[in-house]
Design a protein around this ligand. Structure first.
Ligand SMILES: *[C@@H]1O[C@H](CO)[C@@H](O)[C@H](O)[C@H]1NC(C)=O
Length: 424
């Protein structure tokens, strides 16, 4: 039946199909990626992985939410082992539309894209025109920051913040509401992110001294006071490691900042370039005084000031941070050697019941019997001083990291790499 000609035809057809799907994938590396259909297509969670998650963490079946009108943006250096669990849980608990990963090297994209159909992937240098780690570090751009940042990579830290708000300007088909989700957060169980009117709910974090510096910065770029929510005499801030942004308000905020900074700093040529240089110029100037920008606190304050009726606070989100990573209680060394860093669903559920310590006080889980979020700083376990993890990364991911060159990327102390993964 199959003579040579037939085989040839089949072969050509197959190679066309393959070439086609390859190029479709690589489109996601471009700054102007558009979902293939151009419209919202909610991708169903894979039933196998999702029922497994539900059965393990919430046997009582707290309802999952359907946020299929919302994209998630995660800005990270590179994936780690728990990224696969985070992807599954974000999809299952909230049914978000696209999970858009913005990574330091596009070599990490194939691994991320293999985790779920909803994943999109971008190289961090392709998101904001003319803005990259390189241009931010160029001579004259960040001299104070470079001189004084010590072991922290504050240029990378600022770059991540610019990306989180900048996506509102440059990703054409990004949803109106988009969730910024810090890579270290694992959503243990579903929780509400919108009010009944469809407005965003912001998480409240008991305030710390850090936010005073954020207030000074905010005043420099807006001329306004940084506002903080208060409840029962306690002051909170908006820095929670995730936030539901609304594109029109982000754009409004960024254009107000551009106008304000340019008007008040007429000789500042860098600020004339607009976002994010208007903010970065102020960041560079104020860095020696320890005054810094916070995307979460600034945006939260902006909405509280300008759109007081269009948001709600949630004072009940509870976290647990790196439980059971210390060798001997709170005063032991920070991380244990031989830790198991690749968490299974079962382990995530178990850790989700631990008593939390910093930074939210000694807290048990609030609703049900799990915290909402497990902060698991696998980057720090693997790359901070040495590799504390006994378990290897998934082979495909390990290959991609090898391709990029491990030492070069992650060694915090040795210059050229790595931003803190705290996200704040
Ligand atoms: C989620 O909501 C969308 C839009 O309302 C709807 O089309 C879709 O069927 C819902 N998905 C699920 C899993 O309920």
């Amino acid at each position: 039946m199959f003579n040579k000609t037939n085989l040839l035809v089949v072969g050509i057809f197959l190679s066309i199909v393959l070439t086609f799907s390859e190029s479709a994938k690589s489109d996601f590396y471009l700054p102007t990626f558009v979902s293939q259909t151009g419209v919202t297509t909610a991708v169903r969670p894979n039933p196998d992985s999702t029922s497994e998650v539900r059965a393990l963490c919430e046997p009582s079946g707290i309802p999952q939410f359907n946020y299929s009108h919302v994209d998630v943006v995660v800005v990270m250096l590179s994936p780690v082992c728990v990224t696969q669990q985070t992807v599954k849980l974000l999809r299952f608990n909230f049914n978000f539309r696209n999970l858009i990963y913005v990574v330091k090297y596009k070599e990490f994209c194939p691994y991320l894209l293999s985790l779920d159909d909803s994943v999109r992937c971008l190289d961090e240098n392709d998101v904001l025109p003319g803005v990259s780690y390189k241009t931010l570090s160029a001579p004259g751009m960040s001299d104070n920051i470079k001189k004084l940042q010590g072991d922290n990579n504050r240029i990378g830290w600022y770059f991540q913040q610019y990306l989180k708000v900048g996506v509102a300007l440059t990703i054409p088909d990004l949803s109106d509401h988009y969730l910024i989700w810090d890579a270290d957060n694992i959503p243990i169980k579903p929780f509400e992110m919108f009010t009944e009117d469809g407005d965003a709910k912001f998480c409240a974090n008991p305030s710390s001294s850090k936010s005073r510096s954020y207030g000074r910065f905010y005043k420099h770029i807006t001329g306004r006071e940084l506002l903080h929510p208060e409840r029962k005499g306690k002051v909170y801030n908006f820095v929670c490691g995730y936030m539901m942004f609304y594109r029109p308000y982000v754009k409004e905020f960024l254009s107000f900042v551009d106008d304000y900074v340019q008007r008040n700093r007429p000789r500042d040529t860098l600020a004339k370039r607009g976002f994010p240089w208007s903010i970065h110029s102020v960041a560079e100037e104020l860095f020696p005084s320890g005054t810094m920008f916070s995307e979460y606190d600034s945006y939260g304050s902006w909405v509280m000031d300008m759109h007081p009726q269009e948001f709600a606070m949630d004072y009940h989100i509870s976290y647990v941070r790196n439980p059971t990573t210390r060798k001997s209680g709170a005063n032991g060394p920070e991380f244990k050697e031989g830790m198991h860093c690749c968490l299974t669903h079962k382990r995530i559920c178990a850790l989700g019941k631990e008593l939390s310590d910093s930074p939210h006080g000694k807290l048990g889980p609030t609703v049900g019997d799990h915290h909402h979020i497990l902060i698991w700083e696998e980057h720090k376990f693997r790359y901070r001083r040495k590799d504390y993890c006994a378990d290897p990364l998934p082979p495909k991911l390990a290959e991609a990291i090898h391709e990029v060159g491990t030492g070069m990327v992650f060694q915090n102390q040795k210059g050229r790499g790595s931003a803190p993964s705290d996200g704040t």
